[in-house]
Ligand binder design. Sequence first.
Ligand SMILES: [Ca+2]
Ligand SMILES: [Ca+2]
Length: 555
Amino acid sequence: MGKRVLGLLLAAVLLFTGCVRVKTAETPAATEAPTEAPTAEPTEAPAAEYAITDPLLATGYDVQDNARVFYEIFVGSFSDSNGDGIGDLRGIIDKFDYLNDGDPNSGKSLGIEGIWLSPIFSSPSYHKYDVTDYYTIDPKFGTQQDLDDLIALCHSRGVKLILDLVINHTARSCSWFGEFTKAHRQGDTTNPYYEFYTYYTKGEQAPAGRAFAPLSGTDVYYECNFYDGMPELNFDNPAVREEILKLSRYYLDRGLDGFRFDAAKYVYFGDHKRSVEYWTEYLTTLRSEYPGLYTVAEVWDGDGVTDLYYPATNCFNFTVAQVSGLMAETAKQGNAGKMAQYVEKYLQKIRGTNPDAMFVPFLSNHDMDRIVGALTVESGNMQMAANLYVLGPGSPFLYYGEELGMRGSRGAANTDANRRLAMVWGDEDTVKDPEGTTYGRDKQIQKGAKQQMEDPNSLYNYYKKLIMIRKANPAIARGEYKAVAVNGSKVGGFTATLDGDTVLVLHNPSRNSQSVDLSAIGDFGTLRAVVGMHGASLSGTKLEIEGQTSVVLGK
Ligand SMILES: [Ca+2]
Ligand SMILES: [Ca+2]
């Protein structure tokens, strides 16, 4: 690394001395109760009310076509097709009917509309967030042909597929790092990989606030903010930028719909301005070539930071996520009107900098304790949380097994493997928990997908119904959002208008029945759907909505 570059980096570090070194810690998990099935009866409404006529925009590409229910699959833990205990791409293909059987009205499928796969490229780790070769599917997960088959299957069912793109760092076993090492051992500055990774040389001052490790046989210390097995690429090098474009095109040319960007804010550690500049440059180029591209970045931080990245790409919303997030707090007898007001302001803000911006809420992911440990199914809090993100705008992301109430938390062993446990199918699937798991099987749910599909009161069937309601009312996902707060109660939600149809969604997260005078909100004479732990009724303009229940109304 030259002195000029080092100086820039030092300046950047000084500007952002408050920045955390690694992914921010999350709130410790609450204790997980060993129960599973909901005790109260979810309210059923006539199936005809969910008739799905226009699940997604059919006429060409529209950015709001990406306002879908996505499903994160941690590939190695999902479904095993060949009996080695490790989930793989063929396993996802085998289980596709569970995710989406191609018939939105069949009632036999969860009905998700998008899939995010955790990294699938060759890698020495079980999680594969350290890539050896971006052009090879890890042999444990399958082949390029399997990926092509999965893309084709997704598209035949109207499902978009996005891959996890991990480009802040590679594995040490990546050939680029091998060349980088060789170049520095030989002092060969003509080697094109000499400047492929960020480093400083012995005698130079180490950049403050960042982590470096010695490169054996050299005077070089390479940057590795996550751990020394993840050397960080040098985005000041135009060849690196070109390489990332090249590998992105390689997959997009085969029909992939987009990417989830891992560790997006670490491209330039502690320097959001330059990181955003990078993503803007990269995505401006890609979008000009692939106009339907869907992207969402992991910028694990508060809104003040994700706001900076939104002009370039959608970002996951960490304010509403996790055990301590706004959705969990609202689900636990919080105020749904306050949450709706937050969402409205957030939408205005992100669309002010990016007209294509999408709200991307989620409850938990592979880096977090499973949310059900804090919310629980038997309390009804988990169901209320499900209402809040599925019956809402944008592209909510479900973490595989969330629809079953699957458990898993780091626990005393402090291992992320416990957050990535084997999908509980309840059938002959041979998928096993990842290496390093300490979470007891006795603490996991006992009823798997198979059993829950047969149980009308299961969380699975609850999620399925929610997704059907959402699809039957496209304005929920894509309509113009206006927050509704009902004074003097915790009832709240929003109105949304799309193509002349206006819906009103109201949530009552409290335990008490509430009366709402709809005349103050608008002319809503049809109760289209009721979903929750109890019921609701409409008489004239008076809506009676029982506790832990949500409704969808139309004109
Ligand atoms: Ca396998
Ligand atoms: Ca970096």
